[in-house]
Design a protein around this ligand. Structure first.
Ligand SMILES: [Fe+2]
Ligand SMILES: [Fe+2]
Length: 275
């Protein structure tokens, strides 16, 4: 374990990075009206936003793993190029979340496992199947749910700074969720029935991993179940992947098959509620 302590190099690195998101952070005024908050409130928000920064860091790791798998599998050039800016997007989100933690008084001490940035995937599988598994976990499930989670936070945020930051993060997530479906469109025609069954179990495992993050947001149960069915389960089934997709407030019954990876529940590396 190690303390999560993102750093900033400045100079040419900063200039090059800023070219990626020209102007996005220029008009952000990093000031919050915290006069009505107690010290405990401030500590809570410092912690929440520090955790968010680490989740964005892990989202970057998930995309890097997917991109590496795509390269190894000989994916189409335009498909690979389409995801090229996602690492920079997630680093912008890290920067924004760190800015929020700072506005509340500074980042909170957070012990993390540095290896947690590597999404779980059975690395004994052939590359195209690793790609399919990562695409489902990282993008089709994880990033698809990032957007409604952030939208929920946006709806409950009252201060202009939080709304500006959450709005910018949400702006990038739709494209992040699209990539997985493009990957599956490329791979699906060649998948065998056994491979489709296995990928369905992978999808159900990824859906199960989201339950803890959604459990506290009971106000949006109907929204999350609707997204699960319309934007995850239906498009997976349309691509021949027979996911069960048990509703988030029902008991999950499906688990990875015995011949699959280690069977340990794996978290989707992505976003979870900030409050
Ligand atoms: Fe993000
Ligand atoms: Fe993302």
């Amino acid at each position: 374990m190690a303390l999560f302590q993102p750093t900033w190099l400045g100079g040419t690195a900063e200039v090059l990075f800023r070219k990626h998101h020209e102007g996005v952070t220029d008009d952000i005024r990093w000031r919050l009206h915290t006069s009505g908050l107690t010290d405990a409130d401030r500590d809570h928000f410092r912690t929440v936003w520090t955790q968010s920064a680490h989740q964005e860091w892990c989202a970057a790791g998930a995309f890097v793993a997917l991109q590496e798998a795509l390269l190894l599998a000989g994916a189409p050039v335009d498909l690979l190029g389409a995801s090229g800016r996602f690492l920079a997007d997630e680093m912008l989100h890290v920067q924004l979340a760190c800015g929020m933690a700072t506005a509340y008084g500074g980042g909170a001490p957070l012990e993390v496992d540095p290896a947690a940035i590597r999404p779980d995937v059975d690395r004994t599988l052939e590359p195209r199947l690793q790609v399919a598994e990562l695409a489902i976990r990282v993008s089709c499930v994880g990033e698809t749910f990032s957007l409604p989670l952030i939208a929920s936070e946006f709806a409950s945020a009252s201060d202009p700074l939080s709304r500006k930051v959450l709005g910018r993060i949400a702006h990038d997530e739709a494209a992040h969720a699209k990539l997985g479906w493009l990957v599956l469109d490329w791979l699906a025609p060649a998948l065998t029935d056994d491979e489709r069954e296995r990928l369905a179990a992978v999808a159900d495992d990824a859906i199960d991993a989201l339950r803890p993050a959604l459990a506290d947001d009971a106000d949006n149960r109907a929204t999350y179940d609707d997204i699960l069915h319309k934007r995850v389960a239906r498009p997976l089934r349309q691509r021949g992947i027979p996911v069960v997709a048990t509703g988030f407030w029902q008991t999950a019954e499906r688990r990875l098959p015995a011949h699959g990876p280690d069977g340990v529940a794996r978290a989707v590396r992505g976003h979870s509620p900030r409050s």
